[in-house]
Structures are given as structure tokens and as C-alpha cells.
Write a protein that binds this ligand. Structure first.
Ligand code: CUA
Length: 357
């Protein structure tokens, strides 16, 4: 019997570990800045390699001269060379040599100048504000919250869109025929955050009271993960984000689905009533219902996402049930309190939210 209890405990731990998507036993994602998938991250990698190569070269020269001098002018050898074995000769002492002074002023000056040119070029490439010709641009406003991301999809190819979603962003892939850059406006609802998807773009801060911008585009479809890169409080490490880069067709399907108001499933009436009767509606919006809170994530198409709680927890019926019962147990310090709902209410609300595809 002790064996089976141990086994049960083991699987229980595994199961709860699997709930966390970006760590533990979850799938492993490529977040290497050395494997860029967008022109701006490509420039950043190039800059990194150039600066590292220049630094290694300088280090090699300095250490070369240092070790050469240590060996060449060591005491034993100086003693051997001296006629009188008790008095070592000194190497020639050089003071105020013009050629040497010029060499070690001009060489570093040149290196700094060349690095400055490369850095300025990278800055221009990364912060490129001008719109490439024939590009269909997607404009998204990103708002950082403790500890999740709000996205307002503003405009696609100059068509106003204007819906709100959270944590998981879908964007179109660029192809040889059609460039699809994504322009982000970054704001914060509370403290400083930083939007960072390592393979798609460099970090850009979200600062209260100001708007920053960034852009990226990629020809490689797939799921890119990232996370907040500026310490923003207790759950900073669990402020994760996901960017799904999809074909134009899939992306348009996502846009169309997200624009709609929430599904009205007659079988979910009771769950919806339970949700609307609780304080949930003070913080969450479900478009098409009276719930219009702005403080927490928009839940209109909640069940269409793969994760929740700032992309920290895999979206399953079980995980959501635990979350609604006591969010503090799952993500300590998060701004959603436990409301002490009875088991039946938690069941109803979980079923209702899981129906919001
Ligand atoms: Cu948001 Cu760290």
C-alpha cells in the first residue's frame, strides 16, 4: 500500500506541475535571442556578435601583451642575462613616447567610432517607424497589468477593428507576396512592465502615463512565448505572454471570432446567471452580457484561449475550477480574491466560462 500512495502522490505532483505551461513539465519553448525570427531581432543578434567579437579581440591583445611581458621580463631570465649574476638588468624604461601615445589613443578611438556606427544602424532598424511600402499593417495597443496583458486590436490594414482580448495575441505571418508588420503601442495600467518576446523583438517598456511603440514581423508561423522583463511585483515571473503567428486565413478567422459577442448557450443559462450575480462583473467584461468590468481580463472568448492567469496555467475545466475557488492558492498575490463561493456556484461558473469559445 505505501507504494501506491507514493505513486498517487507522484502523479498528483506531476499533474499540478503540468498546469504551469512555461516551466516544470510543460512543453519547452525556444526563447533564444540567438535564434531570431524577425528582422529587428536579427539586427540585435548581429550587433551582439560584432560587439562580442571586438571585445574578445581587445581582450586577446591585452592578455597577449601581458603574458608576453611576464615571460619575457621575468626575474630569473634577467639575472641570467646580466653579467653580474647578483644584479638583474632592467628592461628599457620608456617615458613620453609619441608613437606609443598616438597608437593607444587612435586605435580605441577608431574601435569606439566603428561600434557607434553599428549601434546607430541597429537603432534605426529596430525602431523603424516608417511604414514599408505595400505592407498591410496590424495595429495593436498592449496594456500591461499586474500580472497579465490586455490587447486592444485597433486596426488591420487600415480597417478599424477595436476589440479587447487578453494574454494570447494572434498575428498574421508575412509572406513573400505580402508583408504583414505588427505595430504595437505599449501602455501600462499600473507600474512599469516590459514586453519581451525574445525571438520576435527586443524588450520595450510599458510605462505609466506614456506610450511607447515597437514593431516586428516574421515569415515563420508558430507559437512564440515571452514574458514581462521588468520587475513589477510579486507575480512578475508569472506575467507570461504568447504570440500565435498564423496564416492570413487563420488570422482572419480569429479576428472574426473575437469580434463577435459572447455565445449564448441556452444550456449555460444558470451558469451565466450565477456569474452575473456575483462580483465577477465588477472586474470582467463579457461582451453581449451586462458584465462590463474593466479591471480584469476580458472573458468574451475566454475558452478559445489555451491558458489563463497571465498564460501561467493551462486552461482546463479542473484548473479553472481550482482558480475560481481560490485564485490566491494558484497565483499568490494576484489581484483576484477568493469570494468564498459554494461548490455548486463554482461548478456553474466554471461550466459557463468553459463554454465561451
Ligand atoms: Cu510585468 Cu514584470
Amino acid at each position: 500500500m505505501p507504494d501506491s500512495i507514493l505513486f498517487a502522490a507522484g502523479t498528483e505532483m506531476l499533474a499540478s506541475g503540468a498546469g504551469i505551461v512555461a516551466a516544470g513539465t510543460g512543453p519547452v519553448f525556444d526563447v533564444s535571442t540567438m535564434n531570431p525570427a524577425s528582422p529587428s531581432t536579427e539586427s540585435i543578434r548581429f550587433l551582439f556578435i560584432v560587439v562580442t567579437a571586438a571585445s574578445v579581440f581587445i581582450l586577446a591583445v591585452v592578455w597577449g601583451v601581458l603574458f608576453y611581458s611576464l615571460a619575457r621580463f621575468r626575474r630569473r631570465r634577467a639575472l641570467q642575462n646580466a653579467g653580474d649574476k647578483s644584479k638583474p638588468t632592467e628592461p628599457p624604461q620608456v617615458y613620453g613616447s609619441m608613437p606609443i601615445e598616438i597608437a593607444w589613443t587612435v586605435a580605441p578611438g577608431l574601435i569606439v567610432f566603428l561600434l557607434t556606427l553599428v549601434i546607430v544602424r541597429t537603432e534605426f532598424e529596430v525602431r523603424q517607424e516608417r511604414q514599408p511600402k505595400d505592407a498591410k499593417v496590424l495595429n495593436v495597443t498592449v496594456i500591461g497589468h499586474q500580472w497579465w496583458w490586455e490587447y486592444i486590436v485597433d486596426q488591420d490594414d487600415s480597417k478599424p477593428i477595436g476589440f479587447v482580448t487578453a494574454n494570447e495575441l494572434h498575428v498574421p505571418v508575412s509572406t513573400a507576396e505580402q508583408l504583414r508588420p505588427i505595430y504595437l503601442s505599449l501602455r501600462s495600467a499600473d507600474v512599469c512592465h516590459s514586453f519581451w518576446v525574445p525571438r520576435l523583438a527586443g524588450k520595450t517598456d510599458l510605462i505609466p502615463g506614456r506610450e511607447n511603440t515597437m514593431w516586428f514581423n516574421t515569415t515563420e508561423p508558430g507559437l512564440y512565448v515571452g514574458q514581462c522583463a521588468e520587475y513589477c511585483g510579486t507575480q512578475h515571473a508569472n506575467m507570461l505572454l504568447r504570440v500565435y503567428v498564423e496564416s492570413e486565413e487563420d488570422f482572419q478567422k480569429w479576428l472574426a471570432a473575437e469580434k463577435k459577442t459572447a455565445v449564448e448557450d441556452p444550456a449555460m443559462r444558470e451558469g451565466q446567471a450565477a456569474f452575473l450575480a456575483e462580483s465577477c462583473i465588477n472586474c470582467h467584461t463579457i461582451r453581449g452580457t451586462p458584465a462590463a468590468g474593466k479591471f480584469g481580463p476580458d472573458l468574451t472568448h475566454f475558452a478559445a484561449r489555451e491558458t489563463f492567469a497571465g498564460c501561467m496555467i493551462k486552461l482546463t475545466h479542473d484548473n479553472l475550477h481550482k482558480w475560481i475557488k481560490d485564485p490566491q492558492d494558484e497565483k499568490a498575490g494576484c489581484l483576484m480574491p477568493a469570494f468564498g463561493l459554494d461548490e455548486r456556484k463554482v461548478d456553474l461558473i466554471t461550466d459557463y466560462l468553459m463554454s465561451l469559445k
